[in-house]
Design a protein around this ligand. Structure first.
Ligand SMILES: [Zn+2]
Length: 111
């Protein structure tokens, strides 16, 4: 699990829902970060990295490195996935829809 350089976030640290530190590496797309597209797909990678994507990722999407805290700052509802185990993914149809969780496809890869 990688981290980025520590930097301040706007939320109250006592409200932080994740077990990982807020400067844990996370990936998102340029559409989510710059264009305000909703986060509809989340992946907690086996190596501990988090991905917060718009759902239908296209090749035109630029993958951007942010941090878990910055992602949470953008969308507090991802805090509902704080206990998502490594290797799991979650998605939703819209920002108002509940998260659907999906276990790893390759069970043998789970440690
Ligand atoms: Zn940050």
């Amino acid at each position: 699990m990688d981290t980025v350089e520590k930097h301040p976030h706007r939320f109250d640290p006592s409200s932080w829902p994740f077990a990982d530190p807020d400067n844990t590496v996370a990936y998102t797309t340029s559409r989510a970060l710059r264009d305000g597209e909703p986060i509809l797909f989340v992946s907690h990678d086996q190596d501990g990295d988090w991905q917060f994507l718009c759902g239908d990722v296209t090749e035109a999407d630029e993958c951007l490195l942010i941090c878990l805290g910055c992602a949470y700052e953008r969308d507090r509802t991802i805090g509902e996935l704080a206990d998502l185990p490594r290797g799991w993914q979650a998605w939703r149809d819209s920002v108002d829809a509940p998260w659907e969780r999906c276990p790893p496809e390759d069970e043998g890869a789970v440690d």
